[in-house]
Design a protein around this ligand. Structure first.
Ligand SMILES: [Zn+2]
Length: 206
């Protein structure tokens, strides 16, 4: 044992740590009074696939008059052909037309996407994204349409504010902004986010 600093550590002349290292080890009783080091924080938890960087807003691309449940979405994504047959559902949550939010895949509040939080909303971006789906996106003739209801707008507003409070490092985007050849969720996402008074540095403008 030695009380010399590690050779690679840079100690400047006049640095108070010089005295720490050059003095003899304190007596045992003093040594015991030194508070324990705090555990390191902000360490990635196990099973991380990436740092949460995007909240991506989608729509279910269903007519405004149609009732859609979480079980239906799971069947469309994960059921056998003619469904997609994915191993995971595409979204963490649904925002129903009455403003209710339905959780499909639970997640914690850390800044990482973990394997059990992973959803299949945007090919190539899922390891850094959370996905939320607004039910609707078509008129009753199945044309693409902004069908956001007032309760949905209000639920999405509260949801996005909570998201940016907990995830200030991430940005909120529409599916069409992060993947070519998509119009999903069929409304102007940055425009609505500004209307909701989401801070501009949490809005994706790409
Ligand atoms: Zn989408």
């Amino acid at each position: 044992m030695t009380n010399q600093p590690h050779k690679s550590r840079i100690i400047r002349v006049g640095d108070p740590r010089n005295h720490l290292y050059s003095d003899p080890l304190p007596a045992r009783t003093e040594h015991a009074s030194v508070p324990a080091l705090k555990p390191r924080v902000n360490q990635p938890p196990p099973n991380v696939v990436g740092k949460l960087s995007f909240l991506v807003i989608h729509c279910s691309l269903t007519p405004i008059g149609m009732t859609v449940t979480g079980d239906m979405i799971k069947e469309w994504h994960m059921g056998p052909p003619p469904n997609r047959g994915w191993s995971r559902v595409g979204y963490s949550e649904l925002v129903h037309q009455d403003g209710k939010i339905e959780l499909l895949v639970p997640y914690d509040d850390d800044h990482y996407v973990e394997t059990d939080e992973y959803t299949f909303g945007v090919l190539g971006k899922n390891y850094i994204s959370r996905h939320v789906c607004v039910i609707g996106g078509q008129d009753n003739d199945k044309n693409q349409a902004d069908t956001l209801t007032i309760p949905q707008y209000e639920a999405l507003r509260r949801y996005c504010h909570e998201f940016v409070r907990k995830q200030p490092q991430a940005k909120i985007a529409g599916h069409y902004q992060v993947y070519d050849n998509r119009t999903c969720p069929n409304f102007d996402v940055p425009f609505y986010l500004e209307l909701m008074q989401i801070p501009k540095n949490s809005i994706f403008y790409g």
